[in-house]
Structure formats: C-alpha cells, structure tokens
Design a protein around this ligand. Sequence first.
Ligand SMILES: Cc1ncc(COP(=O)(O)OP(=O)(O)O)c(N)n1
Ligand SMILES: Cc1ncsc1CCOP(=O)(O)O
Ligand SMILES: [Mg+2]
Length: 207
Amino acid sequence: MISTLQYISQPMHLENIQAACEAGCRWVQLRIKHAPERLIASEALSAKAICADYGATLIINDHPHIAKAAGADGVHVGKNDMTVAEARKIMGSDAIVGGTANTLEDILQHVQDGADYVGVGPYRFTTTKQKLSPILGLEGIYAIMQKLKALDIDIPIIAIGGILAADVPDLMRTGIHGIAISGLLTHTTDKKQLVSSIMNDIQLCNI
Ligand SMILES: Cc1ncc(COP(=O)(O)OP(=O)(O)O)c(N)n1
Ligand SMILES: Cc1ncsc1CCOP(=O)(O)O
Ligand SMILES: [Mg+2]
C-alpha cells in the first residue's frame, strides 16, 4: 500500500526522519543530493533502523543499489536517473519503485515500466529542488488526473513540490492518491499537529 503522506528528507537527514516518524509519518524518502555514495549508503542503513522502529516504509532517492543493500522498501527515480524498468531489475519484484513525472506521457512510460506510484510535480515553485520542471499548479495536476481517468489508468499519483497544508483539500479533490512534502515538515515546529491535520484532510477527501 502506498502511503498518502510521504516525507522527503533534508539535512540533518536522520534527525529529520526520526522527527517525521515521531510525528506520525509512516513513509519516508531518504533524499541526499551531492554526497559520496558511501555516505548515502551509511545514512540509508541508519534510516532503515529508524523506520523499522516505527514501522515506516523507507524509500531511497536515486540509488537502487544502495536501497537494495540497505534493505530499504524501495527506490524513487526521476528523469535524470535510471528508468523505472532498470530500477525494478535491480530491486526485484517485491520492492516499491516510484518514478517522477511532469507530463501525462511521463506517467504512461512509468506505468509501462512497472512503477508502483508516480510523483507528479512540481505543484508550485520550491527551493528544495534545483532545475525544476515546469510548474503544474492545481490546473495542471487536475488536467493530468482527468486524462488518466479517461484512459482508465489507475496508478497512485503523489503530488509534490512546494505543497503547504492549506493546499491539501483542493489537491486531493483532483483525484490524486496523496502528497509528498519536504520543506513544510522539516521546518515546522509542531510536526505532530501538522501531520495529523494533513492526514485528517486527506481522509476527509477520501470519504
Ligand atoms: C515522490 C517523489 N516525486 C518526485 C521526486 C523527484 O525525483 P527526481 O525528479 O529524480 O528529483 P530528485 O528528487 O532526485 O532531485 C521525488 N524525489 N519523490
Ligand atoms: C524532490 C522534488 N521534486 C519535485 S519538487 C521536489 C521538492 C519537494 O520539496 P518541498 O515540499 O520542500 O517543495
Ligand atoms: Mg532523482
């Protein structure tokens, strides 16, 4: 089952992952950019131990080999990484493999490649990621969801990019499965309150 609320880590990764889990988040993506692979591998092992304590799913960004070696639940790959199909070969059929999309065509490719979920964005401008794809906004995400519906394609879509708590009800009403947040949770003091209010809004939209 793909969680409807996903936390994407930022430095200090392990502290932030622990805090996200403590606040009630049960899906974590370890996203370490511009670091040597051996450091990412060691952080992945520690992140795995934290997530195991909370029963949280751990996804590793960009690095299937590291994900596999750390015993993570899955991997997330984007346009500048290997394909979902290649990541699947490394991870095996039981692992979770997610891909990034900015267009309907990206999603269709990921579906064909056997993705378990697709991260669609950016919803809004964000400084968390550099070299952003074109901003989709609510209209862009809604349009993509309508096209998927027309094609009868049912894959969990996770909206990402600059998402704030107040965006959740409108975003959920487009038909997405859930959201991924990074800066919002990382920089919020009352993380428990934020996580429960977002999870509550998500649930209300699923009734
Ligand atoms: C859930 C989710 N969706 C999209 C992304 C972005 O992945 P990518 O395009 O490979 O960019 P980086 O995160 O690697 O900078 C994601 N990480 N998670
Ligand atoms: C990894 C990623 N991919 C598209 S936007 C983004 C960053 C999401 O982080 P934030 O929630 O802080 O905007
Ligand atoms: Mg990537």
